[in-house]
Ligand binder design. Sequence first.
Ligand SMILES: [Zn+2]
Length: 473
Amino acid sequence: MRALPCALFALLSAGASAATITTVPDAAVKQAIVLRDQALKDGRAYALLESLTTEIGPRLAGGVNDQKARDWAVAQFQALGYDKVWTEPVTYPKWVRRSESASLVAPFAQKLAVTALGYSPATPKGGLSAPVVLFDSLDALKAAAGADVKGKIVFVNARMKAHKDGHDYGIGSAVRSRGPAIAAELGAAAFVLRSAGTDNHRLPHTGVTQWADGGKRIPAAAVSAPDADLIAAAVRRGQPVQMKLQLDCGVEGEYTGANVIAEIRGSEKPDEVVIMGGHLDSWDLGTGAIDDGAGVAIGMAVGKLIGDLPQPPKRTIRVVAFANEEAGLFGGKAYAAAHKHEVAQHVLGSESDFGSDRIWRLSASVKPEALPAIDAMMQVLAPLGVERGSGSGNGGPDLSPIHAEGMAALSLTNDGTRYFDIHHSADDTLDKVDPEQLAQNVAVYVSWAYMAAQADGDFGSAPGAFKQGGAED
Ligand SMILES: [Zn+2]
């Protein structure tokens, strides 16, 4: 006797009616295997990424390349034969970077590799010079007394280690996003962190910081890891350490960009969509190859593979190149606001935004009755080295707002071991993308997306469905 998949068995024994169970027809599984194997030999995603990083390059939201990148995306979707391509506006405060420098001035003169954080204000013209006060962690800063910090440059030297799932970014991103506001409230003159990264190159990693509405704002920047070590070594000597920081940057009004959206129209249920994509914006130091040109290229290539089938998919495949993820999920939030009334028609979604090294884990946030369809996807994905995760996924950054409205989601975890060596630094360039691993990503996305489009039954999308988290599988 063939054993029932355990999730299905559990449901049947719990008395769930077989009619509510979501499955993938055998023909769709076979077709997904063909698409998967075709994707592994397909160089389209790499060619798209080469085009984006070469012809457009850095894509700071609201910057000179913002419109150029959107024009590029519209033209590519059209050239790939998508049935419908459109844009939806996204508005946000525009932040600009003009110049930046830093140095230790006493007791040793040393130049530092520094970069301003997104939404940092400028220093006074000519820069500011102040004593450094060092903290090893965000918690240590939180516990500091105002008298120790007032008028000083707060330096937080928290380290991240490389992990396959990248979990130490929780440390680095918290220091970067919350540290400056905490230091500002304590009366600091400026804030500097050890870059939220895992490399030892002399390249700082930028990224956004968050201010409380109406709260104090101070100049905030990141130094490279070797420079963080240098500052710490100077501080260890026990004499006052003086730093000079010059940042010319800041908010310049509002900007309206757009999400670029394209569809391969479904034949039987065109109003039901399977959604994927990446964010089109990037930081300005590199060319935005791993973050997140790769995610955009993967989505574009997946739609093309499915669109080229002799029979269109039953449901619509929607690919979104999101606007301004980096400064605070503006594109993803705008998408959720514009589409939350149709959350139930967003059958299943997953954004790629963790580079393009091999995908090794799938975590599903779906209704329990849809787990048999996830089992069918796993049959196709396991030969690619994908294992089933134990947690539930939020669908990736830009789809997390609509997941919070009730869209069923998958999270596909890339191997993040080297991601934070590169992320948000000048090293985020095309040469870091491995074409073979990028093709594996396309193979994973085309497989689950096609099976979701062909599945009999849904994945549980409904208003408010995943407020308490999805099925843990
Ligand atoms: Zn990203």
